[in-house]
Structure formats: C-alpha cells, structure tokens
Design a binder for this molecule. Sequence first.
Ligand code: SF4
Length: 360
Amino acid sequence: MSSEIKDNSSAQSSSAIQISRASEKPPKGSIIMSGMRSTSHIHIGNFFGAMKPWLDLQNEYMGYYGVMNWHGLTTKYKEPHEVMSFAREMYAEWIAWGLDHEKNVIFIQSEVPEHIELTMFFMMLTPMSWLERVPTWKDAEEEAKASDTHNLGRFMYPVLQAADIAVYRGTHVPIGQDQIPHLELSRDIIKRFNFLYGGNLPEPKPIFSSTPVLIGTDGRKMSKSYNNAFQLTQSPDEVSKTLRAMPTDPARVRRTDPGDPAKCPVYSFHKLYSQPEDLRWAEEGCKSAGIGCGDCKKRLGERINENMAKPFAAKQELLSNPEKLDSLIADGCARARKIAKQQLDQVKDWTGFKPSGDWV
Ligand code: SF4
C-alpha cells in the first residue's frame, strides 16, 4: 500500500454505495455467486426465493453455488455431523431440482479452504464497528444469547460471506431486499481490500428476487424456525398430512359458509402451484361455498405432487446411488477449488503475504 495515499476506506458507508432497490439485468460475462446454509432440508420458500432465480440465470451466466456448511455451523456448532449430513442431501436436492452440474460450479464450502483463507485477510481489515451495525446481528442478538449462539462465528458471518463472493470474483448475487445490508458490507470490505493492496476484486451487485414473502402452512410468515413450510421434496403422503393440518379462512366454520381466499393460506399455495383454471375454481367455489375446504386441499395436493414428482424421484435416485452423488460432489468441489486457489494466489501476490524464502 502506498503510504502517500490517505486510507479513508474504513469510513464505512459515507463512501459505501447505497444499493439501489431495483436490479438491472447483469451484463454478459457476469459471474453469479450464491448459496444456502446446510442446516435443514430446502423448503419452498428457499426454492421460490433463491433456487428459482438460480435456475433462471443458469442458461445465461456462469454460476458458483455453495452449500454453506461453515455458515451452518455458526448456529449448529453443537451438531456438526448434522450440518454435514444436510450438506450432502442439499447437494442432491439442488441437482434434482435442475441446477445444472455442468453449467455451474456447485460445491460444499468447507471443501474449498480458500474461503477461510480469504476470510482471514478480510477479518484483519474489517473494523468491528461495521459488523456491530449490521441490522440482522442487532436484531438477532437477544435470540442468539438465548440459544447459546452469541458467538464470534455468527458475529463475523458477513465477513465470510464477502470472502465467499470474492474468492470466485463474483459480480452479482441474487438476494432479497432484507439482505441489502450484508451485500453493502461485502462491497465495503472488498473495496477496502482493493484500496489497501491494489487488488481488483469486483464489488458485487444485487439481483433481486421478485418472489413475494411466502405465507407458511400455519398462516404465519414462512420460516424454518416456525417449522411451517413444505419441504421441497416431500412424499405424497407427507404433502397430504401437511395439507390436512393447514388452517383455512377462519370465518369459514361450516361447509355452507362462503369463504375469502385472500384470508386463506391454502389459497396462497394454490397461487404458487395451480394453473389459472384451478385458481378460478378455488376462488369461485370458496366465495360461493360451492366447494368444501377438503376438496380445495385435495386439488392443491394433486398439483403439489405433480410438481414434486420428478425432483422427488431424482433426489431418491441420487441418494440411493451414493457413488454417483459422491463423484458429482467431488467434481464440483475440485472445480471450485481450482478457481479459488488461483484467486488466493493472486491475493497473496497483491498483499505480499507470501513466503520470502524457499521453505515451500
Ligand atoms: S375453500 Fe379453499 S380457499 Fe376457501 S377457505 Fe377453504 S381451503 Fe381456503
């Protein structure tokens, strides 16, 4: 770093970009980076919020998609074996739902140690105050203390995220509006790195998901913590069981009472899975009391099962063929590692953090 240049890169966010809430189509040659924590099965909120955009992007852009098991460990550090087991299953689910293993690089985060090495660089240059201001940390602090996850790993989670993106020179990240502060922080960290060491890591931009907030099977916001989501690859029996327990419009007490689909979580799932004629049938039948809630749920179950049948079978096929799944995982991780290692070598060139003797 040149000592003549005044380092004002730590003055976060007076200079930090304020990310626009509208995203533009990424230019040709952009690199997409995204991932999910491997702490549970994927539910339909994950699918429509994250995976669907990946599937839409994969025909146009190079994508790096990581099963983020280090991130999973921040809250599940007492169950590392569970995080690893979900990691494997999540990998199978992504492939089963159509994430293309050839077009993209799909990897498991801990199999690419360069994520952690770059995180170490980023940790040194990130002021604590930047992390203390992250809204998700401030909002989650009480819950984190109560759940015994008020730990350093969870606190510095956004630093690891910045490294996840930068280690593949990611230019665009699909996010929801609530994740803007994290991406702004990633950009600030990367900007400061570039300033200090003369690097040229891209400052990533957002691609916003157009999926609205999904309602859970109990009528509350869909969330893993409420356990109120359809898993992505449930069997038909599991789907029927979940539907049977779902609440409907509370005003529709008897079969002869007309209902209001706008107040019914079942109808919100119809909107995701059903074609216009089924939607009309449900809406008109509900408002006129022409159909019962049992009929409505049965039709929805058929549509969900039609939608899930192929990926459910593909996932089962992969899980029952461990050699095939392991070879896909090994190949994806090796391809990720090759790119990440090249980037880390460049980081070491920029920073001068290289052996000065010939001990290696
Ligand atoms: S008929 Fe369908 S939309 Fe209407 S309340 Fe019953 S489940 Fe909900």
